[in-house]
Ligand binder design. Structure first.
Ligand SMILES: Nc1nc2c(ncn2[C@@H]2O[C@H](COP(=O)(O)OP(=O)(O)OP(=O)(O)O)[C@@H](O)[C@H]2O)c(=O)[nH]1
Ligand SMILES: [Mg+2]
Length: 201
Protein backbone atom coordinates (compact mmCIF):
# COMPACT_ATOMS: atom_id res chain seq x y z
CA UNK A 1 0.00 0.00 0.00
CA UNK A 2 1.08 3.53 -0.67
CA UNK A 3 -0.06 6.61 1.21
CA UNK A 4 -0.89 9.06 -1.57
CA UNK A 5 -2.61 11.71 0.53
CA UNK A 6 -1.98 12.75 4.12
CA UNK A 7 -3.88 15.56 5.83
CA UNK A 8 -3.40 16.95 9.32
CA UNK A 9 -6.87 17.22 10.87
CA UNK A 10 -5.93 18.95 14.14
CA UNK A 11 -4.89 18.52 17.76
CA UNK A 12 -7.13 17.82 20.73
CA UNK A 13 -6.54 17.69 24.47
CA UNK A 14 -9.57 15.52 25.09
CA UNK A 15 -10.84 12.42 23.33
CA UNK A 16 -14.45 13.65 23.65
CA UNK A 17 -13.66 16.64 21.45
CA UNK A 18 -12.18 14.60 18.61
CA UNK A 19 -14.26 14.30 15.45
CA UNK A 20 -16.47 11.23 15.34
CA UNK A 21 -15.93 9.10 12.30
CA UNK A 22 -16.30 5.53 11.12
CA UNK A 23 -12.83 5.67 9.59
CA UNK A 24 -10.50 3.05 11.12
CA UNK A 25 -7.89 4.69 13.33
CA UNK A 26 -4.32 3.52 14.05
CA UNK A 27 -2.57 5.15 17.02
CA UNK A 28 1.12 5.42 17.92
CA UNK A 29 2.33 5.26 21.51
CA UNK A 30 5.60 4.69 23.36
CA UNK A 31 8.09 6.47 25.58
CA UNK A 32 8.83 10.11 24.84
CA UNK A 33 11.46 10.42 22.11
CA UNK A 34 11.06 6.80 20.92
CA UNK A 35 10.22 8.07 17.42
CA UNK A 36 6.39 8.04 17.11
CA UNK A 37 6.08 11.26 15.15
CA UNK A 38 9.10 10.42 12.97
CA UNK A 39 7.54 7.05 12.14
CA UNK A 40 4.30 8.72 11.03
CA UNK A 41 6.33 10.97 8.72
CA UNK A 42 8.28 7.99 7.40
CA UNK A 43 5.13 5.93 6.72
CA UNK A 44 3.35 8.80 5.00
CA UNK A 45 6.45 10.03 3.16
CA UNK A 46 5.77 13.57 4.42
CA UNK A 47 8.66 14.90 6.47
CA UNK A 48 7.04 17.73 8.40
CA UNK A 49 3.57 16.18 8.80
CA UNK A 50 3.97 15.26 12.49
CA UNK A 51 6.19 17.58 14.52
CA UNK A 52 9.35 15.90 15.83
CA UNK A 53 12.11 17.05 18.16
CA UNK A 54 15.38 15.91 19.69
CA UNK A 55 13.91 16.97 23.02
CA UNK A 56 11.53 14.45 24.60
CA UNK A 57 8.00 15.66 25.28
CA UNK A 58 7.33 17.28 21.89
CA UNK A 59 3.90 15.80 21.19
CA UNK A 60 1.53 17.04 23.89
CA UNK A 61 -1.90 16.60 22.33
CA UNK A 62 -3.87 13.97 20.44
CA UNK A 63 -2.94 14.73 16.81
CA UNK A 64 -5.09 13.35 14.04
CA UNK A 65 -4.17 12.67 10.43
CA UNK A 66 -6.34 11.42 7.56
CA UNK A 67 -4.69 9.11 5.05
CA UNK A 68 -5.88 8.41 1.53
CA UNK A 69 -9.30 9.70 2.64
CA UNK A 70 -9.75 6.20 4.05
CA UNK A 71 -8.20 5.80 7.51
CA UNK A 72 -6.63 7.85 10.30
CA UNK A 73 -3.48 8.01 12.38
CA UNK A 74 -3.40 9.42 15.91
CA UNK A 75 -0.02 10.62 17.19
CA UNK A 76 -0.10 10.43 20.99
CA UNK A 77 2.08 12.12 23.62
CA UNK A 78 4.82 9.87 24.98
CA UNK A 79 4.75 8.20 28.37
CA UNK A 80 7.47 8.03 30.99
CA UNK A 81 9.64 11.05 30.37
CA UNK A 82 11.47 11.49 33.69
CA UNK A 83 11.98 15.24 33.44
CA UNK A 84 8.32 16.08 32.93
CA UNK A 85 6.58 17.44 36.02
CA UNK A 86 4.38 15.05 37.99
CA UNK A 87 1.28 17.02 37.05
CA UNK A 88 2.15 16.94 33.36
CA UNK A 89 2.94 13.21 33.50
CA UNK A 90 -0.40 12.47 35.16
CA UNK A 91 -2.17 14.61 32.55
CA UNK A 92 -0.60 12.67 29.66
CA UNK A 93 -1.36 9.36 31.36
CA UNK A 94 -5.03 10.33 31.72
CA UNK A 95 -5.13 11.56 28.15
CA UNK A 96 -3.71 8.29 26.84
CA UNK A 97 -5.81 6.02 29.08
CA UNK A 98 -8.99 7.87 28.17
CA UNK A 99 -8.20 7.78 24.46
CA UNK A 100 -7.56 4.03 24.60
CA UNK A 101 -10.80 3.35 26.46
CA UNK A 102 -13.08 5.72 24.63
CA UNK A 103 -12.08 5.95 21.00
CA UNK A 104 -14.58 3.69 19.24
CA UNK A 105 -12.84 3.58 15.85
CA UNK A 106 -9.39 2.61 17.21
CA UNK A 107 -8.46 -0.58 15.36
CA UNK A 108 -4.78 -0.92 16.22
CA UNK A 109 -2.38 0.65 18.67
CA UNK A 110 1.24 0.58 17.55
CA UNK A 111 3.43 0.39 20.64
CA UNK A 112 6.94 1.63 19.87
CA UNK A 113 10.04 0.42 21.70
CA UNK A 114 13.59 1.73 21.28
CA UNK A 115 15.75 -1.04 19.81
CA UNK A 116 18.91 0.50 21.27
CA UNK A 117 17.82 -0.60 24.73
CA UNK A 118 17.20 -3.92 26.42
CA UNK A 119 13.59 -4.44 27.58
CA UNK A 120 12.44 -1.46 29.67
CA UNK A 121 10.09 -2.10 32.56
CA UNK A 122 7.84 0.84 31.67
CA UNK A 123 7.32 -0.56 28.14
CA UNK A 124 6.77 -4.13 29.33
CA UNK A 125 4.21 -2.90 31.89
CA UNK A 126 2.41 -0.82 29.26
CA UNK A 127 2.30 -3.71 26.77
CA UNK A 128 1.07 -6.12 29.45
CA UNK A 129 -1.67 -3.65 30.45
CA UNK A 130 -2.79 -3.47 26.82
CA UNK A 131 -3.07 -7.26 26.86
CA UNK A 132 -5.14 -7.22 30.05
CA UNK A 133 -7.42 -4.53 28.62
CA UNK A 134 -7.72 -6.34 25.29
CA UNK A 135 -6.46 -3.42 23.27
CA UNK A 136 -5.37 -4.62 19.82
CA UNK A 137 -1.67 -3.85 19.55
CA UNK A 138 1.33 -4.38 17.29
CA UNK A 139 4.90 -3.68 18.38
CA UNK A 140 7.37 -1.58 16.44
CA UNK A 141 11.05 -1.48 17.37
CA UNK A 142 12.52 1.93 16.41
CA UNK A 143 15.91 3.46 15.58
CA UNK A 144 17.30 0.21 14.14
CA UNK A 145 19.86 2.28 12.19
CA UNK A 146 21.51 3.50 15.38
CA UNK A 147 23.10 0.21 16.42
CA UNK A 148 24.54 -2.82 14.64
CA UNK A 149 22.32 -5.57 13.20
CA UNK A 150 23.38 -8.12 15.83
CA UNK A 151 22.54 -5.77 18.69
CA UNK A 152 19.15 -4.99 17.07
CA UNK A 153 18.33 -8.69 16.87
CA UNK A 154 19.57 -9.36 20.41
CA UNK A 155 17.46 -6.56 21.87
CA UNK A 156 14.41 -7.60 19.85
CA UNK A 157 14.84 -11.19 21.06
CA UNK A 158 15.22 -10.03 24.67
CA UNK A 159 11.95 -8.08 24.37
CA UNK A 160 10.21 -11.13 22.89
CA UNK A 161 11.58 -13.38 25.67
CA UNK A 162 10.47 -10.96 28.36
CA UNK A 163 6.94 -10.70 26.94
CA UNK A 164 6.63 -14.46 26.54
CA UNK A 165 6.77 -14.65 30.34
CA UNK A 166 3.21 -13.33 30.32
CA UNK A 167 1.93 -13.64 26.72
CA UNK A 168 0.96 -16.96 25.15
CA UNK A 169 1.01 -15.58 21.65
CA UNK A 170 2.78 -12.35 20.88
CA UNK A 171 1.37 -9.50 18.82
CA UNK A 172 3.14 -8.74 15.52
CA UNK A 173 6.57 -7.15 16.02
CA UNK A 174 8.14 -4.97 13.31
CA UNK A 175 11.69 -3.61 13.28
CA UNK A 176 12.01 -0.12 11.83
CA UNK A 177 14.13 2.91 11.16
CA UNK A 178 12.69 6.27 10.19
CA UNK A 179 16.11 7.16 8.79
CA UNK A 180 16.56 4.22 6.40
CA UNK A 181 12.79 3.51 5.98
CA UNK A 182 13.35 -0.07 7.13
CA UNK A 183 10.05 -1.66 8.08
CA UNK A 184 7.94 0.76 6.02
CA UNK A 185 6.60 -1.81 3.56
CA UNK A 186 5.81 -4.40 6.23
CA UNK A 187 4.00 -1.93 8.48
CA UNK A 188 1.97 -0.50 5.59
CA UNK A 189 1.10 -4.02 4.46
CA UNK A 190 -0.10 -4.84 7.98
CA UNK A 191 -2.29 -1.69 7.97
CA UNK A 192 -3.66 -2.68 4.57
CA UNK A 193 -4.50 -6.19 5.82
CA UNK A 194 -6.43 -4.77 8.77
CA UNK A 195 -8.33 -2.41 6.45
CA UNK A 196 -9.17 -5.29 4.10
CA UNK A 197 -10.38 -7.49 6.97
CA UNK A 198 -12.60 -4.64 8.18
CA UNK A 199 -14.05 -3.99 4.75
CA UNK A 200 -15.08 -7.68 4.47
CA UNK A 201 -16.56 -7.79 7.97
N1 LIG B 1 18.57 7.72 13.83
C1 LIG B 1 17.25 7.74 14.04
N2 LIG B 1 16.69 8.75 14.73
C2 LIG B 1 15.35 8.73 14.94
C3 LIG B 1 14.52 7.67 14.48
N3 LIG B 1 13.25 7.93 14.86
C4 LIG B 1 13.29 9.09 15.53
N4 LIG B 1 14.54 9.58 15.59
C5 LIG B 1 14.96 10.84 16.25
O1 LIG B 1 14.56 10.77 17.61
C6 LIG B 1 14.09 12.04 18.08
C7 LIG B 1 12.68 11.93 18.60
O2 LIG B 1 11.80 11.62 17.54
P1 LIG B 1 10.23 11.95 17.63
O3 LIG B 1 9.63 11.32 16.41
O4 LIG B 1 9.99 13.39 17.87
O5 LIG B 1 9.83 11.11 18.93
P2 LIG B 1 8.39 11.00 19.65
O6 LIG B 1 8.25 9.60 20.10
O7 LIG B 1 7.33 11.52 18.76
O8 LIG B 1 8.62 11.95 20.91
P3 LIG B 1 7.53 12.78 21.81
O9 LIG B 1 6.58 13.46 20.88
O10 LIG B 1 8.39 13.74 22.55
O11 LIG B 1 6.88 11.79 22.71
C8 LIG B 1 14.24 12.99 16.89
O12 LIG B 1 15.46 13.68 17.01
C9 LIG B 1 14.25 12.05 15.68
O13 LIG B 1 14.97 12.57 14.58
C10 LIG B 1 15.15 6.61 13.74
O14 LIG B 1 14.54 5.64 13.30
N5 LIG B 1 16.51 6.70 13.57
MG1 LIG C 1 5.98 13.01 19.03
Amino acid sequence: MEIRKADFLGSWEKTEGMPHTDMPEFAFIGRSNVGKSSLINMLTGKKGLAKTSQMPGKTQMLNLFKLNGQFQFCDLPGYGYAKTSKTQKAKFQRMIAYYLQKRPNLVCLFVLVDLRLPPQEIDMDFINDCGLNQIPIALIGTKADKIGKTAVLNHAQAIVDKLLESWEELPPFFLSSSETKDGKEDILLYIQQILETLSHA
